[in-house]
Design a protein around this ligand. Structure first.
Ligand code: ZN
Length: 126
């Protein structure tokens, strides 16, 4: 698929991975293995395990997209040793255990300073 030419990196800048690649990141944020959790796309309503979502890892953030419509579901930004997560694109995210108190709560960014890139607080430490 990718022709190896001199001076051209073998890997494309936007290499698509799947949700399993962010298993460790999800454990950092949710303190639980979320790869088997059920996600619902807020745009098209597609429901699938997190492990099957499309993941793009690009410093300093990680973008998780819907495999059906391509909408951004989750954004993880690591700054100052803190991982901030924006779940605004999700209609819901659920697994067996209680991770988020209410489905509606996924419609807000957990890190209020995400847009400025300044993540001074860890919103999910408790
Ligand atoms: Zn979708």
């Amino acid at each position: 698929m990718w022709a190896a030419e001199e001076g051209v990196p073998l890997k494309p800048m936007w290499e698509a991975l799947d949700g399993n690649s962010i298993g460790g990141l999800l454990i950092d944020v949710f303190a639980a293995d979320m790869t088997a959790a059920s996600s619902t796309c807020g745009t098209c309503g597609a429901v699938r395990p997190v492990a099957e979502l499309v993941v793009y890892r690009r410093a300093p953030g990680t973008v998780v997209r819907c495999r059906t419509c391509g909408s951004v579901l989750m954004v993880f930004v690591q700054a100052h040793g803190v991982t901030c997560v924006d779940l605004a694109g999700l209609a819901s995210l659920s697994q067996a255990g209680p991770v988020l108190p209410q489905e509606r709560d996924t419609r807000r960014a957990l890190c209020p300073n995400e847009r400025t890139g300044e993540c001074g607080r860890n919103e999910y430490a408790e």
